[in-house]
Design a protein around this ligand. Structure first.
Ligand code: BV8
Ligand code: ZN
Length: 251
């Protein structure tokens, strides 16, 4: 696919870029997207059912077992060309003193592993687990837990430090993501179906504030109607092209 000239211009003239990614960018790293995450054992549950405080309340063992299996998949996954391209774009923009902010809805940590320095994780991290009693939290990079739910030293149950449906997003992350959407002049929406709020609002916030919108997705989404450029392709194919344009000297 070739990149439209006006988008090439925009990428090379623009000084303020904000990117928001969803599960689609990790699909090429072998992590099923949220909707098709329900494979095998989990085929009979609706993910939005399991990713709730009520589900945890009702059956902490089943919920923490599901997350721990997803944690293993995330820990063994490798960032793909899409993740690496965004890390290159961050360096290209920031090295020339321009503004580049990466927001993600993903909890898999792959942007950081690809070298992105500053990632706003709107929905938390599946690697970090916290105690519901004393709030002690730490990254878990080892094998599967022995017991479910895993227990804290204080005896409390530990849960993944992710945002479940019906839970508020981390205040600081929302503030930073909103500021980045308000102040950019190019907003890239990559690999997201744009149906989960309030994350899905950020594209609209950027649009209303006057930013040009680029969407990268093999399928159209509800956001496609608002996009100035809809690039119908996989993140791993399209983003390296955008990174290469960004790294080329400005006209
Ligand atoms: C909240 C962590 C306040 C857990 C997740 C309006 C306003 C506010 C809230 C709501 C609202 N309407 C409804 C709500 C409630 C709810 C919501 O949005 N529900 C939806 C289902 C309608 N929102 C919430 O509950 C949020 N909290 O609002 O708090 C509040 C508090 C109390 C009471 C009321 C309100 C919390 C939402 C966060 C939930 N946590 N993740 C976990 O992962 O287990 S959401 C999870 O699903 C992901 O993080 C992500 O955000 C979402 C999945 O979306 P995508 O990432 O887009 O993935 P998806 O599979 O859908 O799509 C993949 C896309 O990739 C596709 O388009 C595909 O074509 C594309 N693709 C595939 N391959 C590729 C590709 N693209 C590029 N390259 C490829 N190779
Ligand atoms: Zn504790």
């Amino acid at each position: 696919m070739n990149i439209p000239d006006e988008l090439i211009q925009a990428l090379q003239q623009t000084a303020r870029v904000t990117v928001m990614t969803g599960a689609g960018i990790s699909q090429e790293s072998g992590i099923p997207t949220f909707r098709d995450a329900m494979e095998g054992l989990w085929a009979k549950y609706d993910p939005a059912e399991l990713a709730t405080p009520e589900a945890f309340e009702r059956d902490p063992e089943r919920v923490t077992r599901w997350y721990d299996e997803r944690r293993m998949k995330c820990l063994s996954a490798r960032p793909n060309a899409g993740h690496h391209a965004l890390a290159r774009m961050e360096s290209a923009f920031q090295d020339r003193g321009d503004y580049f902010v990466l927001i993600t809805q993903n909890i898999d940590g792959l942007h950081r592993s690809a070298g992105s320095r500053d990632v706003i994780e709107l929905h938390g991290s599946i690697r970090r687990w916290r105690c519901v009693a004393c709030n002690r939290a730490r990254d878990e990079d080892g094998g599967l837990f022995e017991t479910y739910p895993p227990r804290c030293e204080c005896g409390g149950m530990r849960r993944p430090d992710v945002v479940w449906f019906g839970e508020f997003l981390p205040e600081a992350a929302v503030r930073r993501a909103t500021a980045a959407s308000l102040s950019c002049n190019l907003f890239l929406s990559v690999g997201t179906s744009g149906v989960v709020y309030p994350a899905a609002d950020l594209l609209n916030t950027a649009k209303v504030a006057g930013a040009k919108i680029v969407e990268v997705n093999p399928e159209p989404t509800p956001a496609s109607a608002f996009a100035d450029w809809m690039l119908p392709g996989r993140a791993g194919d399209v983003l390296p092209k955008l990174a290469e344009i960004t790294e080329r000297k400005r006209m």
